[in-house]
Each structure stands twice: as structure tokens, then as C-alpha cells.
Design a protein around this ligand. Structure first.
Ligand code: 13P
Length: 255
């Protein structure tokens, strides 16, 4: 298998330090030494350090949910890539639709963050996805291409395999309205074709494209069986050990 599946838990603004440690320990107990899939958990900033300690010696990696593109400075409330690295963070979610919608993040800013993350040896998880209106008006692929091209602007051939792409249709996030496997696969194929145009077949085949949006243990098998769905970015179902572990096990079975 050219791409190992990757399961990412995005806890969003949930779990304090102690709740986060409890959840982390439960996940470690079930899949802490798993090597058949890659696993990343992304607690809120305040729980990064404690969850990071709990993950010491495990194969599970630590991710952040956002960062600023500058190294330091007068940016109240922000954290830099270097600050995350100091807490042994290896991955960072960037351009999540909640950042774009509620905090006004534009493509340009997301693309600066991608470059800053790569420069600091962090693996960015670049989120893309259309709103319901955009899907209904037939502009899904145009939106996805705009966000992808902009996010990858100035990402070189040497860097592209460090980037993870996450397709998250906005209408499917936290709504229990999951994209059908066919809808998701169609967009993932489109992303793969675009990556091929930008970076060539060999590199495009190595980039992992995750699906996110109401993934649950019940719908995970069909989604994870699609040829271009290389894993998942999970919100709600990552907050409970059992459902997260079930999806991890589904990914192992899907190979
Ligand atoms: P849900 O799994 O809660 O729909 O959230 C998806 C998401 O936004 C992950 O980043």
C-alpha cells in the first residue's frame, strides 16, 4: 500500500488537561503501539503539554489545531510554529472551515501558515471544503481547487509529501449529514488529479487525502474503503474513546 492510512482526532474546543489525559490514556491502551495506521490527536492549546507527556513512548503523534504564520511578535492570543515544536507537536491543522468562517481566515493567510509550518518541520493538515450553497450551485470543485492551489502556493516538490490534505465539506461538519462515499471519492479523485498536475504522478500518489465531516464508526467502513480516502479528520467521534478507537480499527482493516 503506497499510503498508510492516517486517523486524526480534532478535539476542537473540548477537553481540559485532565479530561484530555483520561481520553489519551484510553486511546493509548487500545492502539498506543499501533503501526498499521498513523494516529494523531489534536487537543486544544492548553492541553498540548499534558497530552504530549501522556504520549511519550507511543506511536501516536500530537497535533495542534491552528497556529500563526509569524515566528513571534505582537499577535495577542496567537502561537507560533516554534512554540508548538517546543511542545513536541508534529502536525498542525490549518485552514479549518471553522477558522475560515468564524475567524475570517482567508486563503492567503492559510497559505502563509502552510509555508511557516513546513519551514518549522511541522506537517500541515490543509483543510478544504465547500459550503452547502456552493455544493448546490455546482461550485464544489472550483472552491476546492481554489483552496488547494492557494494553500499549496510555494510548496515545493520536496515539501509536498509532508503536507496532508483534508477534504471536509462544510455542510457535513457536526451535522450528522455525512457525504456519501461516492461524493467524497469524487472530490478526493479531483484533488489527486490536481496534485498530479502540480507535482507529477509519483508525488501525488504519496500525498494523503483525509475525509472529515460526521465520520462515525457506522459510516467509516464505506468511506475508508474508497481508493482515494486515505484516512479521516474526526471531530465529534474523536471525543469519546470507543468511537475513535473503532474508526482506527476500521482503518487498520481497510489497510
Ligand atoms: P465532525 O466529525 O464533528 O463532523 O467534525 C469534523 C471536523 O470538523 C474535523 O476537523
Amino acid at each position: 500500500m503506497i499510503r498508510k492510512k492516517l486517523i486524526v482526532g480534532n478535539w476542537k474546543m473540548n477537553k481540559s488537561g485532565s479530561d484530555g489525559i483520561t481520553l489519551t490514556r484510553e486511546i493509548i491502551e487500545a492502539v498506543g503501539r499501533e503501526v498499521a495506521v498513523d494516529i494523531v490527536i489534536c487537543p486544544p492549546f492548553t492541553a498540548l503539554e499534558s497530552v504530549g507527556h501522556a504520549l511519550e513512548g507511543q506511536t501516536i503523534k500530537l497535533g495542534a489545531q491552528n497556529m500563526h504564520s509569524d515566528k513571534r511578535g505582537a499577535f495577542t492570543g496567537e502561537v507560533s510554529a516554534e512554540m508548538l515544536r517546543a511542545l513536541f507537536v508534529t502536525h498542525v491543522i490549518l485552514g479549518h472551515s471553522e477558522r475560515r468562517t468564524y475567524f475570517g481566515e482567508m486563503d492567503n493567510f492559510v497559505s502563509k501558515k502552510i509555508r511557516a509550518a513546513l519551514a518549522a518541520q511541522l506537517r500541515p493538515i490543509l483543510c478544504l471544503g465547500e459550503t452547502l450553497i456552493e455544493r448546490e450551485t455546482g461550485s464544489t470543485l472550483a472552491v476546492v481547487q481554489r483552496q488547494l492551489d492557494s494553500g499549496l502556493r510555494e510548496v515545493s516538490k520536496d515539501q509536498i509529501t509532508s503536507v496532508i490534505v483534508a477534504y471536509e465539506p462544510v455542510w457535513a461538519i457536526g451535522t450528522n449529514k455525512v457525504a456519501t462515499a461516492a461524493q467524497a471519492q469524487e472530490t478526493h479523485t479531483f484533488i489527486r488529479v490536481r496534485l498530479t498536475e502540480l507535482y507529477g504522478t509519483a508525488l501525488a500518489q504519496k500525498v494523503r487525502i483525509l475525509y472529515g465531516g460526521s465520520m462515525k464508526p457506522a459510516n467509516a467502513p464505506e468511506l475508508l474503503a474508497q481508493p482515494d480516502i486515505d484516512g479521516s479528520l474526526i471531530g465529534g467521534a474523536s471525543l469519546e474513546a470507543r468511537s475513535f478507537i473503532d474508526i482506527v480499527k476500521t482503518a487498520i482493516a481497510a489497510g
